[in-house]
Structure formats: C-alpha cells, structure tokens
Write a protein that binds this ligand. Sequence first.
Ligand code: DON
Length: 566
Amino acid sequence: MRFRSAIVLLAGVFLVFSCAKKPITSEAKLGLIAEKAMVVSAREEASQIGLDILKKGGNAFDAMMATELALAVTFPFAGNLGGGGFMVYRMADGSVGSIDFREKAPLAATKDMYLDENGEFLSNLSTKGILASGVPGTIAGLFEAQAKFGKLSIAEILQPVINLARNGFVVTPNQAERLQRVRNTLVEVNGAETFFNQDIKSGDTLKIPILAATLERIAKNGRDEFYTGETAKILAKHMQDRGGIITEEDLAGYEAKWRDPVVFPYQDLNIISMAPPSSGGMTLAQILKMIEPFDLEKMGHHSPEYIQVLVEAERRAYADRNYYLGDPDFVKIPVDQLLDDEYLKSRMASFNPEKATKSEDIAKGEFAFSESMETTHFSIVDAEGNAVSLTTTINGGYGSKVFIDELGFFMNNEMDDFSAKPGTPNMFGLTGAEANSIAPGKRMLSAMTPTIVEKGGKLWMVVGTPGGSTIITSVLQTILNVSEFGMGMQQAVESPRFHHQWLPDLVNFEPGSFDSALIQTLKSRGYLINEANSPVIGKVDAILVLPNGKLEGGADPRGDDKAAGF
Ligand code: DON
C-alpha cells in the first residue's frame, strides 16, 4: 500500500478546512492529525524517536537532534554524520533564525581539483570516492542549536538513538532494493570487507554496532569528539590513508554558523527560509515575487497557464541563482537587487503566455553591482509551539559511497555542488559560475530550502524536501497547493510536481502524473518536456497548522516517510 500512512478524507473534514480558498475533494488524503506536537521525517523510527523526546519534556531542538541522528542510523542513504545541512526555526514567541552547518571545502582543495590537464571536468572525482567530500557539519550544527535552545541533556537525547543502532531497525523494501543496487559500488570504493557488503533483505533487522559506539563517544564527549577527539583522528586517517585530503586541521576548524534567514511576504503569508550558502530562500523568494501578480487560483491547479507562469519565473530565478549565488563568506551577493520588486517585475516583462521563452534568451539579470541523490528533510512542531525545519544531506544516495567502516557512516559527495568548471553542469544539471567556484574553506552552494510559513502572524506551515535542484520548486508548489488551491497538507505533498531550472531548457514532469492534453498544449507553446526520465521530484515532509489549531502532517508517499504526533 503506497499511501498506507494516509487516511481517506471523509466529508466532515470540509469543516476543518473551512477557511481554505477551495474545499479539498472527497478523494483527498488527510495526513496524521495531532493535537499538540508532531515530527514528520523520512523514517517511522526517526519520527517516533523525535516524538518520544517531545513527550519526555524535550522541545523541538532536542527532538531535532534525536530525529537527525536516528536518520543517520535508519536512513544511511541520506541521514548522516558525514554530511551537512541547514535548519530554520521559529520560536513560539515569533522570533526566527537559522543555522548553517553546510560542509566546507577542505583546506587543501583547489579551484581546478576536478579538472584534467586539458581543463575538462572529471565529474567522477567530485561525485564518487575519497576526493568528493567536504568537511562534515552535521554534528557541529546539531550541538550548536541544541545547546542554545534545547532542554534535555545530550545523554537523554542520544540514548534511544544508540539503542536503535545497537538493537537494529527493520529494513524497508525501498531500502533493501537501494542497498542491493549500490552494493557493487560500495565494494569498488571501500573493498570487500566493507559493512554494507552483505545480503540485506526487506524485513531484516539491521544493527550497526560500530555506529552505536561512535554515537556513544559523542554522547560522552560532546561535539568535540567529532571534530578534535578520537572520532576526528579516525576519520582524518581513513581519508588520508586512501588518498583523500580532509585532515584533522580541517575538522578542528569547522564551525556551524548562525545566519539571518531570508524573510519575505507572499500575499497574506510571511515566508522564512534559508539564506546563502543555500540558494533555497533567495530563489524561492524571487519565484514567489515574480508570480505574485498573477491570479493562480483563477488559472487553476496544473492548468497550462499556471504551469507556464511558474516555469517562466523558475527559468529566470535559476539563471540568477546560478550566476550570483555562492558562499556569502567568500563572495558578495547582491541580495537587495535580486529581491527588488521592480527588478523582478521587469524580469517577467518578457513572459508571453502564447510562447515559451527560450533559456538561451535569458541570462542573469543585469543591474548595477560592484564586485568587492541524497538529502532528507524533517519538520517538527513541539507542544510549546516552537517549529524546526531541517534539511540535511550527503548529496548523492550514500554520498561519495565512502563508508568509514571504523565509525559506521558514509561521507558526503558535496564537493559536486561547487561549480568545478564554471559553465559545465554538475550532477543535478545545474550550471554555475565563478561565485560558486571551489576555494579552501568555502561552502558549496546548496538548493536546500528548509522553510517556515506564517499566516496572520502565527505559525502556519513547516516544510522542506530533498531533491537537489528540484528542492526549491517542490517547496514552492507545496506552499501554493495549500495557499492557492486549498489543499490539506497530505494532499499538497502527494500532488504531482513539475520543475524547470533554466538549464537544461526542459520542463520536468513526474512521469505518468500529468494529463497528455496538458503536455500537448505546453509543447504547442514551445515548451520542451521531459516526462520519461525525470527523477522523483522532491520528497516533501511538512506540517500544517489547521484553523482549529491542530496539526496535519504531510508525509511523502514517494518514500518511507512518516508522521508521528500526539
Ligand atoms: O545541497 C544541495 O542542494 C544538494 N546537495 C542536495 C542533494 C539532494 O537533495 C539529493 N537528494 N535527492
């Protein structure tokens, strides 16, 4: 049963959504409803561990740490100790903030490290193996945020996660299939003795005792265990013994950073999202500001007109993203100009509803400015009303495929998110520029978009997703599905999605999910469509505060995602 977490929506639910613009249909799925608190994540065990922490008196930041590390155990595809991410929060009193625990390029990284002697991009090196990793930020980010806002002790938070790693978790069919598929590559990268070179079947209980031991040391010694302690020494040695460049100095120098989130209004909503080095908030803001003058509700959900307006705004926003955005500690980003209302209005002036704009005719916007597959998201609301939106990644599925057998986790291949060769696409087909070139200690540009939305000054939605370059457009559509088209949270998450990112000049549709007449209309207006091979577009986990104050979870059935609440 694909939608086993969903409950069929009955007629009475219309009352719950009475303030929505349009009532949701009787076939719509309703997610888990909870009175007070909720965690929605990529794995049932991780949502449950987070919820148990909340029940025990912990707040959203304690649950965040438990959920994230439980994902590192049960969802090694993306959950991690060897990666990084971003977290946006909103406290019950309305104050907001965000933390950046994105990986950094090692100190020995160089601009041309993935180019051969002829200047050609060696994408294999930035995506797989020992040179593909940035310096991990996850432990630094979790500890920094929990220390500032959390209530429980680290030992209390980590014990259930350690137990999970030691006693094991049940492998899902999806997981067994993926582990089977990647097994040869893991052996190729790590040798035949590597932990995941075993026959793992759906329904098996998988224990990762070595990861339990690593987590136990972290519980005992804190953040420094990972960055300067025994774990740091083992990690740096593992990388160097195999020709990698991450050193103890790199780990010791890693710091998570508090950053001001990108905050902007859209109609009656106030949106709080991640600032650079993620492009998520800026690009989401540009798209929403460009589409705001259009009456999307009147156009209709998934009408050709609606899709065209979004696609054209996405095309223009991604062109700016790819040129201007990078690590703000290294490059100056023209934030005010990029978000200027007049500028964004002028960007959409060339939109013609009869005919697709060509990406080759769209470049970065011009204004006066002087230069001086895999991720996971979870959403939490606690009983006090604090909200946490956290997206974390090791980039590709199982990251660089380098598994640190002495420690029990995969390393990221986040270096591929840099523009290794400006103008040449990375593994998400994103074509970047100088602003995102490699430099020692620099953070690579991300598309992760952990987002919190307020309505009427109150918490309304907590949302985010994996999906590489499609993250921003998945978050966008999920918000619009509810705000413009009156869907509930689960229905908004399940609704099929489409995506455009400027280059390549293609509109990607989830295969088999859109009407063929619609596709024909778009083709006749000059859109190039990719329906056959689009990867899954996002895997959204979100929470909506209903008009009656209860919470509705949206757990994406495209994965094993699950909401837990009380
Ligand atoms: O930071 C980014 O934008 C990418 N590394 C995210 C990768 C991702 O979402 C892969 N999952 N499908």
